[in-house]
Design a protein around this ligand. Structure first.
Ligand SMILES: [Zn+2]
Length: 308
């Protein structure tokens, strides 16, 4: 019997649960809305986990533990969310201890951008990379980096809030309170609003694919802003491989070409000449898959647990 991991992805609008087997395949994926009341949401989430665990048992999965990815900054102990302006009602709630009380299984929490990065490192576009930078561009701009397969953490479990690197002086007001951040210039809702789309970023991408010039311009400009942000990140972090994941990457070359062109025009010669650049390959399930990563290899778990 293979050891599988019960994966949870707590996102801003919906939360997913699934079973990841040892070959990297997801099973029994289900989701619930992320409701703005911490106690009832976590209780509801536990019920979904219990149902999924029972179904996994019926299907022959042996569960090694529960891996939880959450959008936002986490505590130093990685047991609760400490900041996400979209999930402020969940801040400070003891998510990990509630799961430990309810289920007699090990529980590990991870920041969503790190989870997505670890999934791409293990199963997707970051395989073989020693210093892998993974940029997830959707509603927000999440950035993770692994060094030899271990997430790089500066503060609050993650790589700071590098998606808010400033790329346009005196630019638009960002949700973080700053101005001209990369995130606000490439945010899916902002791009959809610029186009007048009622059905979100997907509508803009569909219009671009139908040769709509406004949609193409909006996506290309977003790609260029992303390229500037990536150039600054690369000059600082020296990745050997960079992957673009998330909803914006579904725009394909409309975003990726200008992003790579601007990156290669703007970054230092040393940084750009030592980094390859691709679209991520796992799609929207990367965060759910990567929630399992602490259970993949004991050596990584123990090695990285010593760092802040
Ligand atoms: Zn910002």
């Amino acid at each position: 019997m293979n050891r599988s991991v019960l994966c949870v992805d707590i996102g801003g609008t919906s939360s997913k649960v699934g079973i990841l087997d040892s070959a990297g395949q997801l099973h029994l994926i289900d989701s619930i809305p992320t409701q703005p009341d911490a106690a009832s949401f976590v209780s509801y989430l536990c019920d979904l986990i219990a149902r999924t665990r029972a179904r996994a048992g019926d299907a022959g999965h042996s569960i090694a533990g529960i891996g939880v990815a959450v959008a936002g900054f986490v505590s130093g102990e990685r047991d609760r969310l400490v900041y996400n302006s979209n999930l402020s009602w969940l801040e400070g709630f003891p998510i990990k201890s509630r799961l430990l009380e309810r289920f007699s299984l090990p529980v590990e929490m991870e920041v969503d951008s790190n989870a997505a990065t670890m999934a791409e490192y293990r199963f997707g576009s970051g395989r073989e990379s020693k210093r892998f930078l993974c940029i997830t561009s959707g509603t927000g701009l999440g950035v993770g980096m692994t060094i030899d397969g271990v997430p790089l953490r500066f503060a609050y479990g993650c790589l700071g809030d590098i998606g808010h690197i400033i790329v346009q002086p005196n630019g638009p007001l960002c949700t973080c309170g700053g101005h001209g951040c990369a995130e606000i210039l490439v945010s899916a809702p902002i791009l959809a609003r610029r186009y007048g789309a009622t059905a979100g970023l997907r509508e803009v991408i569909d219009a671009a694919n139908a040769s709509d010039p406004l949609a193409i311009t909006i996506l290309e400009e977003a790609g260029a802003w992303l390229g500037i942000a990536i150039a600054s990140m690369a000059n600082t972090l020296f990745p050997d491989h960079i992957a673009i994941a998330g909803g914006l990457s579904a725009a394909g070359d409309y975003v990726l070409r200008p992003a790579e062109r601007v990156f290669r025009e703007s970054a230092s010669i040393f940084a750009r000449s030592n980094a390859s650049f691709t679209r991520a390959t796992l799609g929207t399930m990367a965060t759910l898959i990567g929630a399992a990563w602490p259970f993949w290899e004991d050596r990584n778990l123990h090695g990285e647990s010593r760092t802040g």
